[in-house]
Design a protein around this ligand. Structure first.
Ligand SMILES: C[S@@+](CC[C@H](N)C(=O)[O-])C[C@H]1O[C@@H](n2cnc3c(N)ncnc32)[C@H](O)[C@@H]1O
Length: 284
């Protein structure tokens, strides 16, 4: 049975500005990453679970210099939904080129099923493996395979926007923590890459990489959703409630009551969602 979770382009577009602002909070990791540029040639980068390209749009200008990217996702509809300049070739076969101040990046989009496809990725040709909002969807076996392939290639890894389990609502509601617990349990379901580690993914990966001789640095990239962000706050409330009911159907009335209170308070609500970014590089 397929357990893969589909992400729609509208959700990725809604979260995009929150992701980008959050990642600015861990920009010291990018400063460190820039010092790890290997040799004289272009950075060769592989972006796993690229969706509609948010990681490339955020990282390519900050990475700087010449870059060759391979962006992979199993969802062809997302690969076709990238926001592209009007003059860009829309065919998936056509490489994209983006030049700006201090960087010159080309990119190929490719449909790839990562659940089974890790062994056939071009590890030997890659220096940087990156992803955003992917790790917490993955299970330990899959992450272990990722660590093995990446470390054999001595690749640098940079994984942004991985949930750490923290959700802080303000003002608080008595059922926030209860809902958060149901949401976390739901997050641990199999999303196609094994039973997901959710908030445990970053500590798990950091330990596995250190055991392989990697240095690891972490940074915070928390979402901050405020009273002016009603569409995002609504999406978060609905998402928490949906997951909580799926997780504990018998508690649906209590979940719906929480949802109603949260929606009534939306004009004055703030939400902080904890995320961690992880940078890892082989010790010389
Ligand atoms: C939360 S979205 C993040 C997308 C993008 N990186 C971003 O930051 O907006 C997770 C992405 O991983 C992709 N994905 C999940 N499981 C996958 C798999 N087994 N193989 C390939 N892609 C997968 C989804 O299609 C989706 O685009």
């Amino acid at each position: 049975m397929s357990t893969a979770e589909a992400f729609d382009a509208d959700w990725l577009a809604l979260r995009g500005p929150f992701d980008a602002a959050a990642r600015d909070g861990s920009s010291r990791l990018v400063a460190r990453l820039r010092t790890l540029r290997p040799g004289q040639g272009p950075w060769r980068v592989m972006d796993l679970g690229c969706g509609t390209g948010a990681n490339w749009r955020w990282l390519a200008p900050r990475l700087g210099g010449e870059q060759h990217w391979l962006a992979l996702d199993h969802d062809a509809a997302l690969l076709r939904a990238w926001p592209l300049p009007a003059d860009a070739a829309s065919s998936l076969d056509a490489p994209l080129r983006w030049r700006g101040r201090g960087f010159d990046a080309t990119l190929l989009r490719r449909e790839a099923e990562l659940a089974r496809g890790l062994p056939s990725l071009p590890w030997a040709a890659v220096q940087l493996v990156t992803a955003s909002a992917l790790l917490d969807l993955a299970g330990a076996d899959w992450l272990g395979d990722l660590v093995r392939h990446a470390s054999e290639a001595r690749a640098t890894l940079f994984f942004a926007l991985n949930v750490d389990g923290g959700h802080t609502w303000s003002p608080a509601d008595a059922d926030d923590a209860w809902i958060g617990g149901l949401f976390a349990a739901h997050q641990g379901r199999d999303k196609g890459l094994g039973p997901a580690l959710g908030a445990r993914a970053v500590p798990w990966l950091a330990q596995a990489l250190r055991a392989r001789g990697y240095r690891v640095a972490l940074g915070r990239s928390d979402w901050r959703v405020g009273p002016g962000d009603q569409a995002m706050t609504t999406a978060m409330i609905e998402g928490f409630a949906r997951a909580a009911i799926e997780q504990e159907p018998t508690q649906a009335p209590r979940v719906r009551a929480w949802r109603a209170r949260r929606l009534r308070a939306i004009d004055s609500s703030r939400l902080r969602v904890g995320h961690l970014d992880l940078l890892a590089w082989p010790a010389r």
